[in-house]
Design a protein around this ligand. Structure first.
Ligand code: ARG
Ligand code: GLU
Length: 712
C-alpha cells in the first residue's frame, strides 16, 4: 500500500475555499473566503462579525450542548436555547409520575427553581487554529499505516498538552479531509447548566415520531437552560452559590421573521457527513447496513409501542429511548431512498471510471492507479464484519439486560483479586442500577430479547444466537433468565449490591444473563471488532488518499470538509420544494396547521385547550406575522446534519430568527450527496418559541430577560 503515500503534503494551501451553491458546511475561521458569496446572497454583516479572535463575535454565543447538539446564548445572564429533543433526557430525568414535566412542561418560576443537570455540560469555542504542519510534517511514504497513525496520535497529544497549559480550556485536535488537514480547537466547558423551561411534549414534540423528519412540520421543538459559573465568571461544578454566566456575546432576537428567498445561515456543530466516499461505501451503507438496522429497529419499536400503549409508566420510561431508536431508523429509511432516487451509486461509479482514466493519463496521478481497486477489495473483505457489528449493536444489544449485566464484569475480577477498589465499584454500580431500573421494564425487555436475538451468521462461524441454552427451548430459557437474574429485577439487584460480600462474585458468574452477556461480548471483542478495526484502518488510509486525489483531480471544484462535530457555518435561503410530482411545499407553517392536525385520539396530535383558546382568540401578541397568523416553522436551503439540532438560524443581520431542529426526509441523503432541489433544514420560528414562553406559559420573567425593551 505504500505506493499510495508518495505525495503526502499539507493540502490546505493548495486548495482555496470558495462557495457556489447552498451545499457546504464551512469552517468559521476561513469564512472570509465565503464572505463575498454570502454578501452577494444577502448577508449584511462581515465574516469577522461571525468569527473573530480579536473581538467578540457571533461565535461567542454558540455552544455545543451535551455530546451532540447545539445551543445559543440569548441573554446577558447565560440563558440558552436549544431543542426540546436535545433537552429531552434532562427533562425526563427530572420527571416522575407526580411531576411529569415531559407531559406538562416545566417553567422555573424563579431563578432559584431552575433545576441542576449534573451530567450536562456545554462547550464554548475559544479559538481554532490549523495545525496540519505540526501534525503531518515529515511523515513519508515509507511510514506504515500503524507508524503513521502512532506518530500522528503522539503529535496530537503534544499539541493538546501545549494548548491546555496555563488555562482552564479543553483542547482537541481533529482531522479534516480524512486526515489531510488538522485543526486545534480550544473550548471552555461549563459544568453547571440548569433546566429553566420546557413546553409540554404535545408542543415540544407535537407530531411525535410520525411527523419527525417531515415537512410540513408544527413542532415547538425548544427548551431553555442557563449556564451558571463561579464568582469569577468561570466554569465550576454545580454549587448553590454559583451565579448566572455573563457571556461575551449573546444573540439578538428578531421578531421580524423571514420571507421566502431571504438569506439565512446556521451556526452550529454538525456531526458527521461523508460527501467524498466511494461507490463501494455507499453500496454497503444503502444495500446492507441500512436495511439491517432498519429491520431490527422496526421490530424493537413495535414492541415498545404496544407496551407503551398499555401502560403509561412504560410510556414515560421508554419515551426517550424509543424516540432515539426511531429517529435514526427513520433517517436511514429516507437516506436509502434518496440514494436510490439520485442514482448515487451509479453516479459515483461513473466518477470513479473518470478518476481511473485520470490516473492512467496523468503521470503525476500515476500513484493513484491502484487506489480504487484496493479500496473496492477492502470493502468486500470488511462487509461481513461490518454486518456482524451492526447486528451486534441492533440485535444482540437490543435487550438492555445484556449490556447492563456486562457492566458487572469489573466487580467480578476485582473481587477475585481482593482489589481495594471493590467498594468504589459497588458504589458506582448502585448508581448505575438506580438509573437503569428507573426506566426499565423486564417483561418488555424479555420480549425484545425474544424477537431480536436470533440472527443469521454472516461469516460462516458460530451463529450469534442464544448459544449454549441448555434446554434448547428458547422461550423457556428466556423465562428462566428473567425469573432468576439479578439484572432483571430492581429489588433483587439492589439487595444483592447492598449485602455484597467478596465471595458473591460467584453468584454473578452463575447468573444466566451475565453468562449470556459474557459469551456475546467476548465473541464481539475477540472476533468481530478487531477484524473490523483492521479493515477500517486500511480503508481510512485509502480514503484519506482518495480524498486528496479527488482534490488534485478537480481543481475547479470547491471542497468543504465533511462534518466532524466542529463548529461550522452553512448558508442558504428560505425556500420551499417539490417533494413529488404535482406537490409543492411552501416554506412556512402556522398555528392553523396545528389546529388542522389536532386529533385528541392520537397521542402525537393532542392540542392543549390553552393553545386552542389562544388560537381562537387570535391572542398572538407581538409574535404574529404580517397576515395576523402565528408562524410555527420554516424551511431553508442550509446544509445541516445531526448535531445541528438547536443551532441558531440567523438572518442577514446576524439576528436570531429560528432554531434548527430537523431536515426533510426527502433530503436526508445530504449526508452523502446534497441536492439543492430536495435538501432543506427545518427550523422553529423564534416567534412561536417566544409566543409559547409568553402567552402559553406566562413566563414573564423570561420574556423580560429575552426581550427587555423590545416588548411593546
Ligand atoms: N429528527 C430530528 C433529529 O434528528 C429530531 C429528533 C427528535 N424528535 C423525534 N420525534 N424523535 O434529531
Ligand atoms: N434533529 C437533528 C439533530 O439532532 C438535526 C436534523 C438533522 O440531522 O439534520 O441534530
Amino acid at each position: 500500500m505504500k505506493i499510495f503515500f508518495t505525495c503526502l503534503l499539507v493540502v490546505s494551501t493548495l486548495f482555496p475555499f470558495a462557495s457556489y451553491a447552498d451545499e457546504g458546511m464551512w469552517l468559521p475561521i476561513l469564512l472570509n473566503k465565503n464572505e463575498a458569496d454570502m454578501q452577494k446572497k444577502g448577508l449584511k454583516i462581515s465574516a469577522e462579525d461571525i468569527y473573530s479572535i480579536n473581538h467578540s463575535s457571533l461565535k461567542d454565543a454558540v455552544l455545543m450542548f451535551g455530546g451532540g447538539c447545539t445551543a445559543e446564548l440569548v441573554s446577558d445572564q447565560g440563558l440558552l436555547f436549544t431543542n426540546h429533543h436535545c433537552g429531552y433526557g434532562q427533562i425526563q430525568s427530572h420527571s416522575s409520575l407526580e411531576h411529569d414535566y415531559l407531559t406538562h412542561g416545566f417553567w422555573a418560576k424563579n431563578i432559584g427553581d431552575e433545576l441542576a443537570c449534573p451530567d450536562l455540560t456545554v462547550s464554548l469555542l475559544i479559538r481554532m487554529e490549523e495545525v496540519s504542519a505540526q501534525i503531518l510534517s515529515g511523515i513519508t511514504p515509507q511510514f506504515s499505516i500503524q507508524q503513521k497513525n502512532d506518530t500522528i496520535q503522539a503529535r496530537i497529544q503534544r499539541v493538546v498538552n501545549a494548548a491546555e497549559e496555563g488555562n482552564h480550556y479543553k483542547a482537541s485536535v481533529r482531522p479534516f479531509f480524512y486526515g489531510n488537514q488538522y485543526y486545534l480547537f480550544l473550548h471552555e466547558v461549563f459544568t453547571d447548566v440548569r433546566l429553566v423551561g420546557a413546553p409540554p411534549s404535545n408542543i415540544g414534540k407535537f407530531g411525535g415520531d410520525t411527523d419527525n423528519w417531515m415537512w410540513p412540520r408544527h413542532t415547538g421543538d425548544f427548551s431553555i437552560f442557563r449556564i451558571y459559573v463561579d464568582s469569577q465568571n468561570n466554569p465550576a461544578p454545580y454549587h448553590i452559590s454559583n451565579r448566572p454566566y455573563t457571556p461575551k456575546k449573546y444573540l439578538q432576537i428578531s421578531l421580524d421573521g423571514v420571507e421566502e428567498n431571504d438569506f439565512t445561515f446556521v451556526f452550529g456543530y454538525p456531526g458527521r457527513t461523508q460527501e467524498y466516499i466511494s461507490s463501494y461505501a455507499v453500496k454497503f451503507l444503502s444495500q446492507i447496513e441500512n436495511p439491517l438496522r432498519i429491520e431490527a429497529r422496526t421490530k424493537r419499536l413495535d414492541l415498545i409501542k404496544s407496551a407503551s400503549n398499555q401502560d403509561p409508566l412504560i410510556r414515560i420510561q421508554y419515551a426517550a429511548k424509543s424516540a432515539q431508536i426511531a429517529n435514526a431508523w427513520k433517517k436511514w429509511t429516507g437516506e436509502s431512498k434518496g440514494i436510490e432516487r439520485l442514482n448515487v451509486i451509479q453516479n459515483k461509479e461513473e466518477f470513479e471510471a473518470k478518476f481511473q482514466a485520470w490516473t492512467q493519463t496523468n503521470p503525476q496521478a500515476a500513484a493513484y492507479q491502484d487506489l480504487l481497486p484496493a479500496l473496492k477489495h477492502l470493502y468486500i473483505q470488511m462487509a461481513p464484519y461490518a454486518t456482524m457489528n451492526a447486528q451486534f449493536q441492533e440485535n444482540i444489544l437490543a435487550p438492555e439486560i445484556v449490556s447492563f449485566a456486562y457492566k458487572f464484569q469489573n466487580l467480578i475480577s476485582q473481587s477475585k483479586n481482593k482489589d481495594s477498589n471493590v467498594l468504589n465499584t459497588l458504589d458506582k454500580l448502585k448508581q448505575i442500577a438506580q438509573v437503569y431500573f428507573k426506566n426499565y421494564n423486564p417483561s418488555l425487555d424479555k420480549s425484545i430479547f425474544e424477537k431480536l436475538s436470533i440472527i443469521e451468521d454472516s461469516v460462516g462461524k458460530e451463529p450469534l444466537r442464544l448459544i449454549d441454552f441448555p434446554d434448547k427451548d428458547y422461550v423457556k430459557h428466556l423465562d428462566k433468565i428473567y425469573n432468576t437474574s439479578i439484572f432483571a429485577d430492581a429489588h433483587r439487584c439492589m439487595a444483592f449490591l447492598e449485602n455484597y460480600k467478596i465471595a458473591d462474585y460467584k453468584k454473578i458468574e452463575k447468573d444466566l444473563a451475565y453468562q449470556y452477556a459474557q459469551i456475546v461480548f467476548s465473541q464481539y471483542f475477540q472476533q468481530t471488532r478487531p477484524t473490523l478495526l483492521l479493515y477500517q484502518m486500511q480503508i481510512d488510509s485509502l480514503q484519506s488518499l482518495y480524498m486528496r486525489a479527488q482534490m488534485e483531480m478537480q481543481t475547479e471544484k470547491t471542497f468543504y470538509p465533511d462534518a466532524n462535530f466542529s463548529l461550522r457555518v452553512a448558508y442558504g435561503k428560505v425556500e420551499g420544494f417539490k417533494p413529488a410530482n404535482a406537490i409543492v411545499y411552501e416554506p412556512y407553517t402556522t398555528l392553523d396547521g396545528i389546529i388542522e392536525k389536532e386529533n385528541p385520539g392520537i397521542y402525537d396530535y393532542v392540542v392543549e385547550d390553552k393553545l386552542k383558546s389562544l388560537y381562537k382568540n387570535k391572542d398572538f401578541g407581538i409574535y404574529a406575522n404580517k397576515n395576523g397568523q402565528m408562524p410555527v416553522a420554516f424551511i431553508a436551503s442550509n446544509h445541516t446534519t445531526g448535531g445541528n439540532s438547536g443551532s441558531p438560524v440567523l438572518n442577514a443581520k446576524g439576528e436570531l430568527v429560528g432554531i434548527n431542529f430537523d431536515r426533510n426526509w426527502e433530503g436526508t441523503m445530504s449526508d452523502i450527496v446534497y441536492d439543492p432541489l430536495f435538501c432543506r433544514n427545518i427550523s422553529l420560528d423564534i416567534r412561536y418559541c417566544l409566543f409559547i414562553v409568553d402567552k402559553f406559559a406566562g413566563a414573564q420573567r423570561l420574556i423580560d430577560e429575552l426581550l427587555g425593551n423590545k416588548q411593546k
